[in-house]
Design a protein around this ligand. Structure first.
Ligand SMILES: Cc1cc2nc3c(=O)[nH]c(=O)nc-3n(C[C@H](O)[C@H](O)[C@H](O)COP(=O)(O)OP(=O)(O)OC[C@H]3O[C@@H](n4cnc5c(N)ncnc54)[C@H](O)[C@@H]3O)c2cc1C
Length: 596
């Protein structure tokens, strides 16, 4: 069984050189951050992940969370690990300084999140959700709500959850039925929420649920949904946990993966009605919840990056030790480890190259999140926000779809042992499988990309980004040492993306069904080409750094090798995706539901 090692060199390269750390540290409020500090934070996080979280991963998977008489206990070791996590200040890494947080920008906090995900995904979904609640309350909560909830959520004394899903309301949140009836200063909440991650547990003194519900005067559909804070224990005047609220964990799910997280069915208001407080204005709840969801979507994209990295590390270790057969063309002599077989090397390189591209794209998007919040120039702030909006469904959808494929390749590298649970490779595949589903399925991300993003703004941001990609592609010729195949294959892939984007823009107004049928191939096309764009930037930077006398040659030459592999094995897929986008819808639409 391998031990998780945070890939610090590649993470730092992606943060500093590709995502542009110095542009973020020049922003107001981010000035105290520098590359040295980032290196220290990542190093410490890597140590904590290896020593405290990694040992929980297998054990948590085997033991799972338990529900006894309405009380949920986390698997053995989780409570103590959470205590250490909070005591070390990790929970407040990105939190506001006036409430005890460390105020680090997303370009640092998100890579740290990748480290937690890589070591033990089940554990770190709890603090990720708490950070999401803080994001949403930070923007939409009142000063009084900040005062009560921020210090304790920032320290990790309390945790947070998001409560959207109901049995009849999954992807379609307009069907939410949970009711919120006004009663003096608060509301009484009644209804059932399902699939609530870390919805009940014993790691914190209180759990703060953000709940979507309808008031009696609410109009039908998404416009009638409001957002409420519904705590497990209603805080007293001094902010400490008071009376137990009317929320009951009815059951926890038996799942394919992330088995250590309790996924709860929560019954609100079986007795008197749970006390909840409105966030912001009535009927704007879904819009507010999107602040949390967009944050969570990026984090789930990072879960994909992290689990793919973990699967790669595991497969690599196995490939270096498993002896099988001889070198191709050799009839005698020593048997070799499987890493000597070209096909195994192809599998490992595909995992490594894709993970590097996914990481670079995810961090680039995290930097956009910082710029969209802090940039002093309003035009640059708007541009960053538009790019962030465009890339969020790509990071969520593409990184997670790739991760499932990569984790599956990880099983393949192990041969039969990959299928056997004790090897550990299967857990990464099982754990990864949820990432394309929760926080909006890939289909929903793709609808968002082609509809609200590309279609609605006539491709303005997408085409602007394509222009940026072309400039990078053009630079490749001028820089010695970059792989020759990169320039040609990237240019062709960008052409494919532009053609498909123009098709989406032209088709969307008159035939949105055709665009919906092509949405997922378009999302995959976008991710593949965006991955090529960041790999091209990596190659340009690596070539330049190789000219320096103190260059880390091994790392930089490997970077050029993965950029080349990506160009020759991944970018050619762009043409096929683009043809699927522009010519694939008719066959789907012709086969109507009644024909199945
Ligand atoms: C382990 C786990 C943890 C979760 N954690 C949380 C949580 O903490 N909080 C929370 O609120 N929810 C949570 N969820 C719920 C999760 O977000 C939903 O399962 C997800 O959004 C999909 O909804 P659904 O399961 O109802 O599937 P459905 O909406 O029924 O979708 C079924 C299929 O139809 C497709 N589909 C549906 N509508 C469309 C459409 N308009 N266009 C194209 N395709 C469509 C989907 O892509 C999918 O393939 C969790 C779920 C799981 C399994």
């Amino acid at each position: 069984m391998s031990t998780y090692a945070a890939p610090l060199k590649d993470m730092l390269f992606a943060i500093r050189d590709i995502a542009g750390l110095s542009e973020v540290t020049a922003l107001p409020g981010c000035e105290e951050v520098n590359a040295e500090l980032v290196g220290q934070v990542l190093g410490e996080a890597g140590k904590f992940a290896r020593e405290v979280l990694d040992p929980l991963n297998r054990q948590g998977d085997r033991e799972g969370a338990r529900l006894v008489d309405g009380a949920v206990s986390a698997p053995p070791g989780f409570k103590e690990a959470y205590r250490q996590f909070v005591a070390a200040g990790w929970n407040g890494l990105g939190g506001r300084t006036q409430y005890g947080g460390q105020g680090l920008p997303h370009i640092v906090a998100m890579p740290v999140q990748e480290i937690w995900n890589g070591a033990c995904l089940s554990f770190c979904i709890a603090p990720m959700l708490t950070a999401g609640v803080l994001e949403a309350l930070g923007v939409h909560g009142s000063a009084e709500q900040h005062k009560v909830y921020f210090p304790r959520l920032t320290s990790g004394e309390w945790s947070g959850t998001m409560n959207l899903t109901e049995p009849q309301a999954g992807s379609d949140l307009s069907a939410v039925r949970t009711r919120a009836v006004p009663e003096g200063e608060h509301y009484r909440i009644q209804g059932t929420k399902i699939f609530i991650t870390w919805g009940e547990h014993d790691m914190t003194d209180n759990i703060v649920h953000l709940v979507l519900a309808r008031t009696p005067d609410a109009p039908e559909g998404v416009k009638g949904i409001s957002l409420f804070i519904v705590p497990k224990f209603v805080p007293k005047g001094d902010g400490t946990p008071g009376e137990r609220n009317d929320i009951r964990c009815v059951s926890i799910e038996h799942k394919m993966g992330i088995r250590a997280t309790p996924t709860c069915v929560l019954a609100y208001g079986d007795s008197t009605g749970a006390i909840g407080h409105l966030v912001g204005e009535k009927h704007r709840g879904l819009q507010y919840m999107f602040t949390m969801m967009n944050h969570a979507r990026l984090c789930v994209g990072l879960e994909g990056v992290a689990l793919a990295e973990r699967a790669y590390q595991h497969a690599l270790e196995y490939a270096k030790t498993r002896v099988q057969g001889r070198e191709i063309g050799q009839r005698s002599g020593d048997r070799v480890t499987i890493i000597h077989h070209p096909d195994v090397r192809r599998m490992l390189l595909s995992m490594k190259a894709q993970v590097e591209a996914m990481r670079a794209l995810a961090y680039t998007t995290a930097a956009l999140l910082d710029k969209s919040k802090h940039h002093p120039d309003p035009a640059e702030k708007r541009r960053s926000q538009a790019l962030l909006d465009l890339l969020t469904p790509v990071v969520k959808g593409w990184c997670t779809e790739q991760a499932v494929e990569i984790a599956s390749t990880g099983v393949q590298v192990h041969g039969g042992m990959g299928f056997i649970e004790e090897t550990g490779a299967a857990q990464y595949l099982r754990d990864t499988r949820i990432t394309t589903i929760y926080e909006g399925t890939t289909g929903i991300q793709a609808n968002d990309l082609v509809g609200r993003k590309v279609g609605a703004e006539k491709g303005a941001t997408a085409l602007a980004l394509i222009g940026v990609m072309r400039k990078i592609s053009a630079q490749l010729d001028a820089v010695e040492g970059t792989p020759p195949s990169l320039r040609g294959n990237l240019t062709e892939a960008i052409d494919s993306l532009e053609k498909a984007t123009r098709w989406i823009v032209d088709t969307f107004p008159g035939d949105p069904k055709a665009v919906a049928a092509s949405a997922v191939p378009y999302l995959k096309l976008f991710g593949t080409v965006a991955g090529g764009w960041v790999m091209a930037r990596a190659a340009l930077i690596a070539s330049a750094q190789l000219q320096q006398p103190d260059a880390d040659r091994e790392f930089l030459e490997a970077k050029l090798a993965t950029a080349r592999f990506y160009a020759e094995h991944e970018l050619p897929k762009a043409g096929a995706f683009a043809r699927e986008v522009t010519h694939g819808a008719a066959s789907v639409l012709a086969f109507e539901p009644s024909k199945f």
